[in-house]
Design a protein around this ligand. Structure first.
Ligand SMILES: *[C@@H]1O[C@H](CO)[C@@H](O)[C@H](O)[C@H]1NC(C)=O
Ligand SMILES: *[C@@H]1O[C@H](CO)[C@@H](O)[C@H](O)[C@H]1NC(C)=O
Ligand SMILES: *[C@@H]1O[C@H](CO)[C@@H](O)[C@H](O)[C@H]1NC(C)=O
Ligand SMILES: *[C@@H]1O[C@H](CO)[C@@H](O)[C@H](O)[C@H]1NC(C)=O
Length: 383
């Protein structure tokens, strides 16, 4: 079955005298594998520049060896045990091997960390396309300037995400899995691409490394979470406000693990600063780094670097050293003075196979002078 792409006439286009505003688009993804080649977008193009950042990037839709997924997360800096990560997938376990359990094309993973330190991963697969109701995901894209918003409805899983005036809302209505609630993210730092905060700059690269696209619509957010998990064995709630939130989208036209050998990602908040870093090394030993720093909600710098040697020079965008207890970052700021961040792996949220995810406390030193304490969420992969 081919994906249906319904076009609706943009209301604004009907208004006399206004230039035509692109119409909203609805992308429908049945829960079945597509065969044949796909096209993934790795540069800003003139005809997609008017779309909100989070629009689908793999067309007609991911096949068995490609993927597109939307990540939303929040944790409580006052209790690092408390966290929520929701991933909306158009991806199978062949394109993303950490999804060991599913061959579904449409699914959602929810990872809940409760105050008492217990954790529950809840994997929710959409029902097969020949079931009633049919398993499918729908992504609704409303172009700018009409509003420029994205909304995703992973219908039979019971989870949705929606762009709102000041950020995003994720709703969890998976009563059949015992999971209900919501997560709200209020954006605190401007969106950005891997190498620039000019998100609609023509030809700006969207790839983090070859075959892996990455955009970071919400580098930092104020988050509130209210969630209940009621199953035969568990009856727990997760409630916090004044949390720290984050949202991004990643996609690719080849299996993730064939593009990536190692992956160090994190988002950190200290003093007035919001930091996002990502460093990934490919199987051909090239290291790709991307760093974004905002202060009081404004971009300080966004940098990326590609290197065939391990970054070690003074002015390298990002050096990452990681061991079992902590991850240490050395970041060259605009003038090459250092930002040093040492993040403790305080609370392990997930560990399976080659992936680890933590929340942690950190210490940051800006330009050898100003010291801050803060918190972070980070993730590492090794293939
Ligand atoms: C999926 O798409 C990619 C990129 O076009 C292509 O290389 C690959 O062969 C396709 N896979 C299948 C199973 O059709
Ligand atoms: C994907 O999941 C299916 C069903 O559990 C399993 O048979 C298959 O081996 C998995 N594939 C990979 C690449 O992990
Ligand atoms: C976090 O969980 C651990 C158990 O893993 C517990 O000992 C600790 O008290 C919890 N922290 C807080 C702040 O509740
Ligand atoms: C926590 O969240 C759950 C699920 O939304 C809700 O039912 C419950 O009332 C909340 N509890 C508190 C103390 O706010």
């Amino acid at each position: 079955m081919k994906p249906t792409k319904l076009l609706f006439l943009g209301l604004a286009a009907l208004t006399a005298g206004t230039p035509s505003v692109p119409a909203p688009e609805i992308f429908t993804y049945p829960n079945e594998l597509s065969a044949g080649p796909v096209n993934a977008q790795f540069h800003v193009t003139p005809d997609t520049a008017y779309l909100p950042l989070d629009h689908p990037r793999v067309s007609p839709r991911p096949n068995q060896t490609s993927f597109d997924w939307w990540w939303f997360s929040a944790y409580n800096p006052a209790n690092l045990n408390e966290s929520l990560v929701v991933k909306f997938y158009l991806a199978t376990n062949a394109s993303f091997p950490l999804r060991a359990t599913t061959t579904d094309a449409v699914s959602v993973d929810v990872f809940v960390g409760f105050a008492d330190g217990s954790a529950a991963p809840v994997m929710i697969e959409a029902k097969p396309a020949d079931f009633t109701p049919k398993g499918q995901a729908v992504v609704n894209v409303e172009p700018r300037p009409a509003g420029g918003r994205v909304a995703g409805d992973w219908q039979t899983t019971g989870l949705t995400f929606r762009e709102v005036d000041d950020g995003f809302e994720v709703r969890v209505d998976a009563g059949w899995m015992g999971l209900t609630g919501s997560m709200k993210l209020k954006t605190l730092a401007p969106p950005r691409l891997p190498c620039t905060a000019s998100t609609h700059q023509p030809n700006a690269p969207l790839s983090m490394l070859p075959h892996v696209g990455w955009i970071n619509t919400v580098p930092d957010a104020s988050a509130s979470v209210s969630l209940a998990l009621n199953t035969r064995s568990t009856n727990k709630q997760l409630n916090f406000s004044s949390g720290i939130g984050y949202h991004d989208q990643k996609w690719g036209d080849a299996p993730f693990h064939s593009s990536v050998r190692s992956w160090y990602w994190g988002t950190a908040r200290f003093g007035p600063y919001s930091l996002v870093y990502l460093q990934s090394t490919s199987h051909s030993d090239t290291t790709y780094s991307s760093v974004h720093l905002a202060r009081d909600g404004r971009e300080v710098f966004t940098k990326c670097q590609e290197d065939s040697r391990a970054p070690e020079g003074d002015c390298d965008a990002l050096q990452v050293l990681s061991n079992e207890e902590r991850t240490t970052l050395r970041i060259a700021m605009g003038d090459c003075s250092d930002l040093l961040v040492s993040i403790e792996k305080t609370r392990e949220l997930v560990e399976y196979g080659s992936v680890g995810r933590w929340t942690g406390v950190l210490e940051a030193i800006v330009a050898e002078e100003v010291k801050f304490e803060g918190t972070a969420m980070m993730q590492e992969f090794h293939f």
